[in-house]
Write a protein that binds this ligand. Structure first.
Ligand code: FAD
Length: 467
């Protein structure tokens, strides 16, 4: 039987990063993945394929709607080859997952393909078809991730009533896509299909989309996506989803308790994700799982069993790839006797629609709830030369800083490339910068990043220069 210092169960961004860091720190490491490709949800059916389709559909929309503004005329009709778009997405996924295989080899990590199940706290049985082998591990990191959640009355048939996984590999563009849930995944995929010509209706239970982000961002994104033709139905509680042949009917009640029905040919259920531990046999090791299916961990990401840790979507906190990665590194370093730390307040959140939406730290709503006194500096993208040059004038950067100390408490953005710009805010906040610190740093001109400086100037003493 092979013996390891560490076995990692699950090869998503949490698991594979944990494995690499363990190997870097000199531990003999194994990784177990039930699918034939490595990379988990993120690389196979999450972050990467969704971004590939967002980028492809963005190019298509530009060609259809915006090239003309730039004086580019295409003789003849612009045609969508959807099959090719999906094939390209798959090629991007394949290349990326192969990259993880390469990294496992480079770091001398043993890869096992099969379902990993605990025999006891130090032995894991790996089953693939009829073949079973057992390995021994001094420590185990559970990184089994999550699966799409649904509502109890919805039967996901994976053909017309679908999750994000199927939405990334459809064989046709829906005529009318009804999206249940106005969170990140619903908005991103809704925008992809709107650009490709679908009618898209987003039905959301809460009174605004992206309800955990700053309300100014919800408002701006709603406004821009409405201009793009997406229809929003907030404060609508879905009560039934029925299919008759190729017709889907979604029934909901609005805030006045009036019944509303939506008829379409596809329904995307994007109401969140649930932690996944099926087949893990955690009970054999004595690992505690909460009623909601999450693995319980302490501040060191250790389960109730001292040599077993858990990271990523399967534990509490934001279900984000970069959060899982940080946790993977943290556990590896703890196992090596180091004292790493994650500031969960500084894990950024991003929506990759266009315009993009990005956030870090506290929202205005959260600061109000805790009676924190704060200042606001906001700068609109339309006032930037860079935005006018590219034609991306929607959005803003908003900086919230402490009223007394000027320390930056939250940064919230909507606009072109803000998914990248948020890194500046994270850096500033990691170093506990004040708004004035950012305001005094030189930002290249012309860039979208100038909006960060201007918002910081606005937060300092209302000193924005270009508005
Ligand atoms: P996962 O990536 O879910 O990986 C878990 C792995 O464990 C899987 O491969 C699974 O097969 C394997 N596994 C489970 N049980 C066993 C077992 N018993 N034995 C062996 N293997 C097992 N996040 C972002 O940060 N940015 C984005 O842009 C983004 N976009 C997304 C878009 C979509 C459509 C979706 C669905 C998700 C997106 N996410 C995004 C979320 C992101 O994918 C997850 O947060 C991330 O993948 C979590 O990583 P993880 O390592 O915890 O788990």
């Amino acid at each position: 039987m092979s013996s390891y210092d560490v076995a990692v169960i699950g090869s998503g961004p949490g698991g594979y990063v944990a494995a690499i860091r363990c190997a870097q720190l000199g531990m003999k490491t194994a990784i177990i993945e039930k699918y034939n490709t490595l990379g988990g949800t993120c690389l196979n059916v999450g972050c990467i394929p969704s971004k590939a389709l967002l980028d492809s559909s963005h190019h298509y929309e530009d060609a259809m709607k915006h090239f003309e503004d730039h004086g580019i005329e295409i003789p003849g009709e612009i045609k969508l080859n959807f099959k090719k778009m999906i094939e390209r997405k798959q090629a991007v996924v394949d290349q990326t997952t192969k990259g993880i295989e390469f990294l496992m080899g480079k770091n001398k990590i043993d890869v096992f393909t099969g379902i990993g199940a605990f025999k006891d706290a130090t032995h894991i049985e790996i089953t693939s078809g009829k073949k079973t082998e057992t390995i021994e591990a001094k420590n185990t990191i559970i990184a089994t991730g999550s699966k799409p959640a649904s509502l109890p009355f919805i039967k996901i048939d994976k053909e017309r009533i679908i999750t994000s996984t199927e939405a990334l590999s459809l064989s046709e563009v829906p005529k009318h896509l009804i999206v249940i849930g106005g969170g990140v995944i619903g908005l991103e995929l809704g925008q992809v299909y709107r650009r490709l010509g679908s009618e898209v209706s987003i039905v959301e239970y809460m009174d605004r989309i992206i309800p955990t982000m700053d309300s100014a961002q919800s408002k701006e994104l709603t406004k821009v996506m409405k201009k793009q033709g997406v229809k929003f139905f907030v404060s609508h509680k879905v009560s039934a989803v029925d299919r008759k042949k190729n017709e889907i009917t979604v029934t909901a009640t609005d805030k006045k308790d009036k019944e509303v029905t939506f008829t379409g040919d596809y329904c995307l259920v994007s109401v969140g994700r649930r932690p996944f531990t099926d087949g893990l046999k955690a009970e054999n090791a004595g690992v505690k799982i909460t009623e909601r299916g999450m693995i319980e961990v302490n501040d060191h990401l250790q389960t109730n069993i001292k040599n077993i840790y858990a990271i990523g979507d399967v534990i509490r906190g934001a279900m984000l790839a970069h959060k899982a990665e940080e946790e993977g590194v943290m556990v590896a370093e703890i196992l090596a006797g180091q004292k790493p730390h994650i500031d969960y307040n500084l894990i950024p959140g991003v929506v990759y629609t266009w315009p993009e939406v990005a956030s870090v730290g506290k929202t205005e709503e959260q600061l109000k709830e805790t009676n924190t006194e704060y200042k606001v500096g906001q700068f609109p993208m339309r006032a930037l030369g860079r935005s006018r040059a590219s034609g991306d004038t929607d959005g803003f950067v908003k900086i919230l800083s402490d009223k007394t100390t000027d320390e930056v408490l939250g940064v919230h953005m909507v606009g072109a490339r803000v998914a990248d710009l948020i890194a500046e805010a994270v850096t500033a906040m990691e170093f506990r910068a004040s708004a004035e610190d950012i305001a005094r740093m030189s930002h290249a001109h012309p860039t979208y990043a100038e909006a960060v400086k201007e918002a910081a100037l606005a937060a300092t003493e209302d000193r924005a220069l270009h508005i």
